[in-house]
Design a protein around this ligand. Structure first.
Ligand SMILES: Cc1ncc(COP(=O)(O)O)c(C=O)c1O
Length: 395
C-alpha cells in the first residue's frame, strides 16, 4: 500500500520539507547539552506540581479528568490575565485562549491565517520550529534580517515598498520574537517596536508576537509589542514552558476577540484540561514573583559563566551578542561551517545547534551556532565551552 497516495496535496507538499527536529542530533553519553533550549532541571517545580495534583484530586475528584475539566481552568485564565496586565496587556476573557504550549498557538494562528497563496514574514534568523510550522502551510515565506536591536524595520519597509511597487502579495502577518529572541538572544528596541506597528497599519498586516522568554529578563522587562498596540493588529503568544515546565504544555494567545473565537473553533478539545487545572492550583500555591526572581538570578549567573568561558576559551575571531535575558547566546565563527563541525564537537562531548536551522536560506547560517545556558549547570557550561574551544582551535 502506498500510504503517501492518501495524503492531501497540502500534506504531500509539507512532507517534502526537512523532517521536524532535524537540528536535534542523537547525543552521545556524557555530552554536555548546550544545544537544548530547556529549563534548568533543578528549576522544574516537580514537588510543587505533585502537591498541586494531590490537592486538585482531593478537592475535585474526577472533575478535572473529564472533557470539560475543572472550574479551575477559568482561574488559570484569570491568573494569566493578571500576569499580562502587569506587563501592560489588558485583555478580557474573550481575548485570551489557553493553548497546548506556544507551539500550538503558532500552529493554530498559521492554520487560520495561511494558505498556499499567503505570504508570511519572519525574522532572519528565527525560531526553527515556527519556520517548520509555517512551511507546513505556505511556501511563501520572506525573511528580514535582525541585528542586536531586533528586526531591521527599515529593511522591512524596503521589502514592503518593493512588493507593493511590483504588485506582489503583501505579508498577511509577520512573526517576531522581539524579546530575548531565539536564537540570537537579542531584544528589539522600543523605537523599532513602534515602527513595526506603524508599518503593520500602513501595509495592512498582522503581527504575531512570540513572547516565550518575555519574563526572563536579567534586568528590566521591555514592553511587549502588544502593550503598545492600539489597533488590535498584534496576536500575542506566551508560554509557561520556560518559567514553569514545558511538559505541562501551557501557552496562550491574546488578540482581538473575533480572532480568538475563530482560533477556538479549530482548537476544540486539542488541549489538556488536567494539565490546565493542575497549573491553576500550582500557581495558586506559588509566589510567582519570588519564583521569577529565582529564575532570573540563576539564568543571569549561568549566562555570565557562558560569556566568561567564551572569552577565555574561544579565539579572538569569534564573536557573539550579549543577551539581556532568555536562554541563548548566538555565536559567529568566521570561516567555519558549524554544521560540519558538529560531529567533532559531539565526539568531544559538547552539543550546540548549527546556525543553518534558523534560516530560511540555510547558507546564511553557516558560520553561526546557538548556545543555550539554560539546561547545563555552571560547571558543565565552563567545561562545555572549553571542549568547544578545542574543536575550534585548528580553524
Ligand atoms: C521562541 C519560542 N517560541 C515558542 C517555543 C515553544 O514553547 P512551548 O513549549 O510553549 O510550545 C519556544 C521553545 O523553545 C521558543 O523558543
Amino acid at each position: 500500500m502506498n500510504v503517501g497516495s492518501y495524503f492531501s496535496e497540502n500534506s504531500k507538499t509539507a512532507l517534502k520539507n526537512e523532517p521536524p527536529g532535524a537540528w536535534m542530533p542523537n547525543l552521545p553519553d556524557g555530552c554536555i547539552r548546550l544545544s537544548s533550549g530547556y529549563p534548568d532541571p533543578a528549576l522544574i517545580p516537580a514537588e510543587g506540581i505533585k502537591a498541586a495534583v494531590a490537592r486538585l484530586l482531593d478537592e475535585e475528584h474526577d472533575l478535572p479528568l473529564h472533557y470539560l475539566g475543572s472550574p479551575r481552568m477559568a482561574r488559570l485564565k484569570q491568573q494569566i490575565q493578571r500576569r499580562l496586565a502587569e506587563r501592560g496587556i489588558c485583555v478580557v476573557e474573550e481575548q485570551l485562549l489557553i493553548t497546548s504550549g506556544a507551539c500550538q498557538a503558532i500552529d493554530l494562528i498559521a492554520r487560520i491565517l495561511l494558505d498556499e497563496e499567503a505570504v508570511v514574514a519572519v525574522e532572519s534568523p528565527t525560531y526553527m520550529e515556527a519556520l517548520e510550522i509555517f512551511q507546513n502551510y505556505t511556501k511563501q515565506i520572506v525573511s528580514i534580517p535582525i541585528d542586536e536591536k531586533g528586526i531591521q524595520t527599515d529593511r522591512l519597509k524596503e521589502m514592503l515598498d518593493e512588493r507593493k511597487r511590483k504588485g506582489l502579495t503583501l505579508p498577511r502577518f509577520l512573526y517576531t520574537i522581539p524579546t530575548f529572541q531565539n536564537p540570537t538572544g537579542t531584544t528589539m528596541i522600543t523605537e523599532r517596536r513602534e515602527h513595526l506597528l506603524e508599518l503593520s497599519a500602513e501595509f495592512d498586516f498582522l503581527i504575531l508576537e512570540d513572547d516565550a522568554y518575555g519574563e526572563l529578563s536579567f534586568d528590566k522587562n521591555p514592553p511587549p509589542i502588544k502593550s503598545l498596540d492600539k489597533s488590535g493588529r498584534v496576536l500575542h503568544v506566551g508560554s509557561l514552558s520556560k518559567v514553569v515546565a514545558p511538559g505541562m504544555r501551557i501557552g496562550w494567545i491574546t488578540g482581538d476577540s473575533a480572532f480568538i473565537k475563530a482560533l477556538e473553533w479549530f482548537k476544540k478539545d486539542l488541549d489538556h484540561p488536567f494539565s490546565q487545572s493542575t497549573m491553576a492550583v500550582y500557581l495558586e500555591n506559588t509566589n510567582f514573583e519570588k519564583r521569577l526572581h529565582l529564575l532570573k538570578d540563576v539564568y543571569r549567573a549561568k549566562c555570565a559563566v557562558l560569556l566568561r568561558a567564551l572569552e577565555q576559551f574561544l579565539p579572538d575571531s569569534v564573536s557573539w551578542y550579549v543577551p539581556a535575558g532568555g536562554y541563548f547566546v548566538w555565536v559567529r565563527i568566521p570561516g567555519v561551517d558549524t554544521s560540519e563541525l558538529l560531529s567533532q564537537s559531539l565526539a568531544e562531548g559538547v552539543s550546540y545547534v548549527p546556525g543553518k536551522y534558523f534560516f530560511l536560506n540555510q547558507k546564511d547560517g553557516t558560520e553561526f551556532l546557538r548556545l543555550s545556558f539554560s539546561y547545563a549547570n555552571e560547571k558543565e557550561i565552563m567545561e562545555g565551552i572549553q571542549r568547544l574551544g578545542k574543536v575550534i582551535a585548528p580553524f
